[in-house]
Design a protein around this ligand. Structure first.
Ligand code: PLP
Length: 374
C-alpha cells in the first residue's frame, strides 16, 4: 500500500475514509446552492451552518468567527490584502520562517508603500524581545505562525501576543495579531481565545480532509475585504461554498484525536535511530511538533530525496509544500541559524496517524545506509 511509504504529510495528507464518506454523502444529499431560496438551497444552507457549528465547537470559538475559504493561502490573502484599504501605509511584522503564503505578501505590501519587518528565528523560535523592539506606533499587523512547516518548531504565541498587546496599549492603536495555524490544527493543543489571537488560518488537506478547502478565524467576525463578490461567508469570502469539502474538512477535524501517543511513538523512535547513528536533527529538542522531523545529511537533499523516491519513499527536501524545488526551505533553515551546508542537506519526514512505526524505522535505516555508502 502506497500510504505505508508516504512520509510527506506536512505537504499534504491522504484523505481519510470518514472524510471521503462525508464528502460523497454531502455531495449526493445536498444538491442546492446554500444561497438559493428554494427548499434544496435551504437544506444546503442548514447543512453549511451545522458544519460551521461543529467545527467551531471543537475549536472552542463562536460559529460566527469561522469562515470557510479555499485553503489557508486564501485565508491569509483575505487578511493581508485587507491592509491595502488603509488610507496610508504602515508597518507589518512577519517572521523569516513564515510559509510563502504569508512571506510572498512582503513584496506586494512593500510595493504599496508598507514597511515589512522580518524577524529572525534563531534556533527555530521567534524572539519576543526582537518583536518588542520591532513594534512601533505604525505597526498594524503581526503575523507569526504557530508551528513551523520545515522543522515543526512550536512558537511561543502566548508571549508574542502578550508583547503585542503591551505595545498596543503603549501606542494606543490596535495591532492585528495573525497566526498561520496550518500545521497546528488537530495536531497540537491550543486555544485561540485564551491566546487572544485576532486571526488564524487552517487547511483541510493537512489533516486528512479534502484538498482546496480551508478556514479563517476572525476574533471580531469581520474584516474589510478587497471584494465581497456574492457576499457568501458574510462577505469575507465570496463564491459558492464548497459544501462537500466543508463536510469532509469538518469530519477530518472532528476525527483528529486528543491522544497523540501513536505519533509521539513514531516520532521518538525515528528520532532516536537518527541520533544513535550520528545524523544531525534540525527539529528542536523541545517545543516541537511530533508530526515533523527534520534532519540533515552530508548529501545534497535533492540527491537523497531522489534516491529515496527511486526506492518508493515519499519525503521532501526542506519545505516542499508546493514542490521539491532546489533551495526550498533553505532560506528558512538559515534564518533559524543553520549553516548553508546543513540547510542544503535538509530532509523533512512528516507523519500522520496512518503512518506505520515499522516503515518509519525502515525509512530511517535506509537513509542511514545511503549516507554511509557515500
Ligand atoms: N501555511 C503553512 C504553514 C503550510 O504548511 C501550508 C501548506 O502548504 C500553507 C500555509 C498553505 O495551505 P493551503 O495549501 O491550504 O493553501
Amino acid at each position: 500500500m502506497l500510504s505505508e511509504f508516504y512520509f510527506d504529510n506536512a505537504a499534504t495528507t491522504i484523505i481519510s475514509p470518514e472524510a471521503l464518506k462525508s464528502y460523497s454523502e454531502c455531495a449526493l444529499e445536498y444538491m442546492g446552492n446554500p444561497s438559493a431560496n428554494h427548499r434544496e438551497g435551504q437544506r444546503a444552507h442548514e447543512k453549511l451552518e451545522e458544519e460551521r457549528r461543529l467545527f467551531a465547537s471543537k475549536l472552542k470559538i463562536k460559529p460566527e468567527q469561522l469562515f470557510f475559504t479555499s485553503g489557508a493561502t486564501e485565508s491569509i490573502q483575505i487578511v493581508l490584502s485587507s491592509l491595502l484599504w488603509a488610507k496610508s501605509p504602515g508597518e507589518v511584522i512577519i517572521s523569516k520562517i513564515e510559509h510563502e503564503a504569508v512571506s510572498s505578501w512582503s513584496g506586494i505590501l512593500k510595493e504599496k508603500g508598507w514597511v515589512v519587518k522580518t524577524l529572525k528565528a534563531k534556533g527555530g523560535f521567534v524572539s519576543p524581545e526582537e518583536l518588542e523592539e520591532s513594534i512601533t506606533e505604525k505597526t498594524r499587523l503581526v503575523a507569526i505562525m504557530m508551528v513551523n512547516n520545515v522543522t515543526g518548531a512550536i512558537q511561543d504565541i502566548d508571549t508574542l501576543v502578550k508583547v503585542t498587546r503591551r505595545k498596543e496599549k503603549e501606542f494606543g492603536r490596535k495591532i492585528f495579531f495573525f497566526s498561520d495555524c496550518v500545521q497546528a490544527l488537530g495536531k497540537i493543543p491550543f486555544s485561540l481565545t485564551s491566546l487572544d489571537i485576532d486571526g488564524a488560518c487552517f487547511s483541510s488537506h493537512k489533516i486528512a480532509g479534502a484538498r482546496g478547502i480551508g478556514a479563517l478565524f476572525l476574533k471580531k467576525g469581520e474584516i474589510q475585504t478587497l471584494a465581497k463578490a456574492g457576499g457568501q461567508e458574510k462577505g469575507v469570502r465570496g463564491g459558492t461554498e464548497n459544501l462537500p469539502s466543508i463536510a469532509a474538512f469538518t469530519s477530518a477535524y472532528l476525527s483528529c484525536p486528543e491522544d497523540m501517543s501513536d505519533i509521539e511513538e513514531i516520532y521518538n523512535e525515528t528520532r532516536k535511530i537518527f541520533q544513535e547513528n550520528g545524523i544531525k536533527i534540525l527539529s528542536p529538542e523541545t517545543n516541537t511538533s511530533p508530526f515533523i522531523l527534520s534532519i540533515t545529511t552530508p548529501l545534497p537533499s535533492e540527491v537523497l530525496t531522489r534516491m529515496l523516491i527511486d526506492k518508493g519513499w515519499c519525503v521532501s527536501s526542506g519545505s516542499a509544500c508546493s514542490n521539491n524545488a532546489k533551495g526550498k526551505g533553505e532560506g528558512i533553515l538559515q534564518a533559524m541559524g543553520f549553516s548553508a551546508k546543513d540547510s542544503r542537506g535538509a530532509i523533512r519526514i512528516s507523519f500522520f496517524h496512518y503512518s506505520s512505526l515499522s516503515r518509519a524505522k525502515e525509512l530511517a535505516e535506509e537513509i542511514i545506509k545511503i549516507v554511509r555508502e557515500f
